[in-house]
Ligand binder design. Structure first.
Ligand code: UDX
Ligand code: ADP
Length: 459
């Protein structure tokens, strides 16, 4: 029986390795993490991350061929293949601060593997990392390993999107496996390909060299984010001219060379990957002395920041140029629908902006925990803000009671079907709705009496 260990029980490692266990009854999967609370949650009825379909997958194989544990060393010793799925946040200080990835967690997990392994292993880089991380991992493993033990490093980037992680993993567009093109590297590549071949058609399992695989991950995310920044740039032109950004996106998307996906204008992209990966690409380009390339990709992030500030300013302007002491209700705090994840969510930036303008804010999100909202906001603002200016409310109708404006920041389906007549009745007048996700029926809302403002539209 093949044994797999996954280091890091987060948004990537958890769902990815749970699906491997689900699809490969002959593989024993142990997912380990240093965080006891997270592992306890994975072993409970209330999993630590919300992802449609994940409960079914985990509950079907947990205790059979899927295990969650904090015994990192034991899982390393027993495994044939080790996925490294630890976090790689953007560095906050030191060289490359604000751009480069902090590889401290990857390094520490790699050192642990070298220290405790008593037999040869295939080590798989699964976290999103800058190009050449595999090379550093290899150097660390080789310098620290005991005699006679071989480590083969593979890059196997993750392409799952949160909110659709389970279907993305069950039916991936492609699986990328990069390795050194040596006989041993190719053999390791085949061993991992054989695991995926349990459910992924062979033609979708692509093998290539390590650098191509690592760069492909950054490139795919940069290209996707670039489409969103492009449509968001056009949304500003739409607002200035009277064009409708949904119509423009539809018209462009019908061209099969362009395609319809990732052309939805919004208040700005969030999530743990897009910004981080582009900034990695910018940093890489600069390190390679390619300043024009760096500036080109940096603009995708700059446009995203511009979109958030442009929308915030539009809100203040429409609310008679001041929101001081006004009641703003925020619908949605997650960075997209169907996830409780808030990393880099546009809502964090906007709520902080409203706070600076001294508004009273009530926040409703169907899936994000109060603690998470509090942690995200207090990273930027003083804790006292919660006593004075911010409320987290668990019912959308309560959240909107007495509000001057509702601001929709996440595209949760339930926001489309709320009883807006009831909401309107309880709000201060004139009652405003700012749709940062283009999901509401503006005509219907205007008929009720709302003042409606939508990104990329004037009517
Ligand atoms: C992304 C990639 O899609 C995935 O392949 C990669 O592995 C990780 O990064 P994720 O960040 O989970 O996945 O979600 P995604 O669906 O890509 O959305 C990212 C952000 O872009 C969200 O804030 C979303 O609301 C926004 N978005 C997406 C838009 O504003 N408009 C769109 O048309 C699509
Ligand atoms: P991602 O979105 O990349 O999956 P997360 O932050 O959700 O990122 O998950 C990464 C997980 O990796 C965290 O739960 C963290 O505790 C864990 N982790 C980080 N370093 C180590 C390590 N050396 N050994 C085990 N787990 C680790």
């Amino acid at each position: 029986m093949t044994k797999i260990c996954c280091i890091g029980a987060g948004y990537v490692g958890g769902p990815t390795c749970a699906v491997i266990a689900y699809k490969c009854p002959n593989v024993q999967v142990t997912i380990v993490d240093l965080n006891q609370a997270r592992i306890d949650a994975w072993n409970s009825g209330n999993l630590p991350i919300y992802e449609p379909g994940l409960d079914e997958v985990v509950f079907a194989c947990r205790g059979k061929n899927l295990f969650f544990s904090t015994e990192v060393d034991k899982a390393i010793v027993e495994a044939d293949l080790i996925f490294v799925s630890v976090n790689t946040p953007t560095k906050k200080s030191g060289i490359g601060a604000g751009f480069a990835a902090d590889l401290a967690y990857v390094e520490s997990a790699t050192r642990r593997i070298a220290q405790v392994a008593t037999s040869s292993k295939i080590v798989i880089e699964k976290s999103t990392v800058p190009c050449r991380t595999a090379e550093s991992m290899r150097t660390i493993l080789e310098a620290n390993s005991h005699d006679g033990i071989r480590f083969d490093i593979l890059s196997n980037p993750e392409f799952l999107a949160e909110g659709t992680a389970v279907p993305d993993l069950m039916k991936p567009d492609r699986v990328l496996i990069g390795s050194l093109q040596t006989p041993e590297g190719i053999k390791a590549q085949q061993a991992l390909a054989a695991v995926y071949a349990n459910w992924v058609p062979k033609e979708k399992i692509i093998t290539m060299n390590l650098w191509s695989s690592e760069l492909s991950k950054l490139a795919a995310n940069a290209l996707l984010a670039q489409r969103i920044s492009s449509i968001n740039a056009l949304s500003a032109i739409c607002e200035a001219t009277g064009a409708d950004v949904d119509e423009v996106a539809y018209a462009c998307g019908l061209d099969t060379r362009i395609g319809p996906k990732f052309l939805k204008a919004s208040v700005g992209f969030g999530g743990s990957c897009f910004q981080k990966d582009i900034l990695n690409l910018v940093y890489l380009s600069e390190s390679l002395h390619l300043p024009e390339v760096a500036a080109y990709w940096k603009q995708v992030v700059d446009m995203n920041e511009y979109q958030k500030s442009r929308f915030s300013q539009r809100i203040v302007k429409r609310l008679f140029n001041t929101i001081t002491n006004k009641n703003i209700t925020v619908f949605g705090f997650a960075f997209k629908k169907n996830t409780g994840d808030t990393r880099e969510s546009a809502a964090i930036t906007l709520v902080n902006y409203f706070l600076q303008e001294r508004a009273n804010i009530s926040i409703y999100d169907p899936k994000v925990d109060d603690d998470q909202i509090r942690a995200d906001i207090t990273e930027l603002a003083p804790v006292e803000a919660f006593e004075k200016q911010i409320k987290v409310v668990h019912d959308p109708y309560q959240a909107a009671k007495g509000a001057d404006a509702i601001v929709v920041l996440t595209e949760w389906d339930e926001f489309k079907t709320l009883n807006y007549e009831q909401i309107y009745a309880g709000m201060n007048k004139p009652a405003f709705i700012f749709d940062g996700r283009l999901i509401l029926d503006s005509k219907k809302l205007r008929d009720i009496g709302f003042q409606v403002e939508v990104i990329g539209k004037t009517l």
